[in-house]
Design a protein around this ligand. Structure first.
Ligand SMILES: Nc1ncnc2c1ncn2[C@@H]1O[C@H](COP(=O)(O)OP(=O)(O)OP(=O)(O)O)[C@@H](O)[C@H]1O
Length: 566
């Protein structure tokens, strides 16, 4: 398909006119990081210390008519009705009833570890200091933090763009509360992916905390396999994320286009290794991802992966310090324990995607970072077999299999595969899909456990970026506008009228959307959401989007004069 950008381009909504009209917030401050953590984070280069996002935003008027109730009814299954599924909430992301005890514990934790407030003086100091040498000390509020090598790889600046700085090219995808557009920056002609989230819809569906979590992760991550955020800002009605445009589109689509919708073992090993590197980085920073699936893996033009969509992720506050664990083999050096960075994070939310959901999530007995290793097991299986291991004809059957069945490996090669999976490969999948999270691979030291498995014996994790990916996306035009692997969006959806067509399930023709869409019943996130939303209505808490920062981020390697000094 050929495509003329000029014929299809349209300026962004006139209500969101320019930088001046954007509600700006100061950039974030950095959190404290221990020396060990800093050293390890630099080791996982390129990376950064964690800026916590505590901006102050001028208040604005909320739409009068927002509704606190979730619109969709959740139909629980006859054989399985855990308490957290009984409430009448949306099917795609089911929210749980608030749990008073947990709220109390959370509040106590917050009192114990308050995030440092950011004052205008602190962020102006930050700007002045952004050129300072590695290792210099910065003072934020009452706390002093050591800048490390890694923190110099992202510069947080005052917002330099607004909605009108971009021209919309086309819609790339549509989610629960927003849309993602391919946009072109007017003065540079650079392409970006712009995620636009409707505040109204977020308030309606209690998704405010999710957007804040996503911003925190995107703004603090600087990793080759995690999608890069360049700007974030908000207007009266929308939140905006301007991210690197992943020309290769969804890994899910790329898989679907392959014969048998699968990869050979070598290919699966490659993508699994990149995913492990990304998850390891997230865990190190204290985040559990919780929604690994091929739809959330995007492909860079080079074919390397970029993890995206962090709205179901959960952060540990504060993240624990990484440790060092003895290797399981006497011939191997000790390895890094990233499990302990997320050790204090146990959450009871019902989140994930049906076919990828872990047993402990279904049981509702609380889950930890081990859920990410479960989903990795499902992903590897899907890459090899073109289908997930526990898929049933409906949700009830799928959950039943997740809880009670072992993954099946046929003695014959799967269609379009020349071989059956090797023993190390099957062994890895079995160990990742262990029903008991305490005995699952990764439960001891996190990613290091998995990297040390014989299946990855031939993989050099440090050099992954230099490997040639098995799938290199076909970009039909040199400017990347007509890339493959995106869902076909109806042309009439190419408007910024978000209210009109948000929550129309994404057209996933191959799988029924219910099986592939995220499900959530997010007690810990939504407890606070519910809480803050209720306050908003009563007028006690004026702005639920206060903590959403408006900022521009520069990464090492971007054309920014400040980086030229390094
Ligand atoms: N950086 C990007 N580059 C290219 N395409 C992207 C990018 N980010 C998102 N997309 C496209 O937009 C789709 C939706 O993005 P994303 O999953 O982040 O949105 P969402 O609103 O959070 O969706 P969901 O409700 O499924 O969580 C993706 O599946 C992908 O096709």
């Amino acid at each position: 398909m050929t495509f003329s950008p000029t014929s299809m381009s349209s300026s962004l909504s006139s209500s969101d006119t320019d930088v001046a009209s954007v509600i700006t917030a100061p950039p974030p401050s950095y959190s404290a990081a221990t020396q060990l953590q800093s050293r390890l984070k630099s080791f996982f280069s390129p990376t950064t210390t964690t800026p916590h996002l505590m901006g102050e935003v001028p208040s604005f008027t909320l739409p009068d008519d927002f509704d606190l109730t979730n619109q969709k009814g959740f139909k629980s299954n006859s054989w399985f009705t855990p308490a957290h599924m009984n409430s009448q909430k949306g099917i795609r992301r089911v929210s749980s009833a608030p749990n008073a005890n947990k709220l109390l514990v959370k509040q106590q934790q917050q009192q114990q570890y308050p995030r440092p407030p950011l004052t205008p003086s602190t962020h102006s100091l930050y700007h002045q200091s952004s050129k300072e040498d590695v290792g210099s000390m910065l003072t934020f509020g009452r706390r002093t933090f050591r800048r490390t090598y890694s923190s110099a790889s992202i510069k947080v600046k005052q917002l330099q763009v607004g909605p009108s700085s971009f021209v919309k090219i086309r819609m790339l995808g549509k989610g629960d509360v927003g849309k993602v557009y391919m946009v072109k920056q007017k003065n540079t002609d650079k392409l970006f992916a712009m995620k636009v989230l409707s505040k109204r819809v977020m308030l309606k569906r209690n998704k405010v905390k999710r957007a804040l979590a996503e911003q925190e992760i995107l703004a603090t991550s600087n990793h080759p396999f995690i999608v890069t955020l360049y700007h974030s800002f908000q207007s009266q009605d929308y939140l905006y994320f301007v991210m690197e445009y992943c020309m290769g589109g969804e890994f899910f689509r790329a898989l679907q286009l392959r014969p048998g919708k699968c990869l050979n073992e070598e290919g699966a090993q490659f993508y699994a290794a990149e995913v492990i590197a990304a998850l390891e980085y997230l865990h190190l920073h204290g985040f559990i991802y919780r929604d690994l699936k091929p739809e959330n893996i995007l492909l860079h033009q080079s074919g390397h992966i970029m993890l995206s969509d962090f709205d179901l992720s959960k952060g540990s506050s504060p993240p624990g310090n990484p440790g060092v664990v003895k290797s399981t083999s006497p011939n191997l050096p000790p390895s890094i324990d990233t499990k302990c960075c997320v050790n204090n994070l146990r959450t009871n939310s019902f989140v994930g995607t049906e076919e990828y959901i872990a047993p402990e999530v279904i049981k509702g007995c609380g889950h930890t970072s081990s859920v990410d290793w479960w989903t990795l097991g499902i992903l590897i299986y899907e890459m090899l077999y073109g289908t997930t291991p526990f898929k049933g004809s409906n949700r009830s059957e799928t959950f039943g299999r997740v809880l009670h069945c072992d993954p099946k490996f046929s003695h014959q090669p799967a269609p379009y595969q020349q071989h059956t999976p090797s023993s190390p490969c099957k062994g890895l999948i079995r160990r990742l899909l262990h029903k008991d999270e305490g005995r699952r691979l990764g439960s001891r030291a996190g990613a290091s456990d998995i990297k040390a498995h014989p299946f990855f014996k031939s993989v050099n994790f440090a050099l992954l970026r230099h490997e040639s990916p098995p799938i290199v996306p076909l970009v039909q035009l040199p400017n990347g506008i007509d890339a493959l692997n995106f869902r076909k969006m109806p042309p009439e959806s190419c408007s910024l009228d978000l209210e009109a067509d948000i929550n129309v399930s994404s057209p996933r023709s191959i799988y029924p959307s219910s099986a592939r869409a995220n499900t959530s019943h997010d007690d810990d996130n939504n407890n606070s959401n519910n809480d803050s939303t209720v306050k908003d209505v009563s007028g006690v808490n004026d702005n639920p989007f206060e903590k959403f920062n408006s900022m521009t981020l520069y990464h090492e390697g971007d054309s920014d004069p400040e980086f030229d000094h390094y």
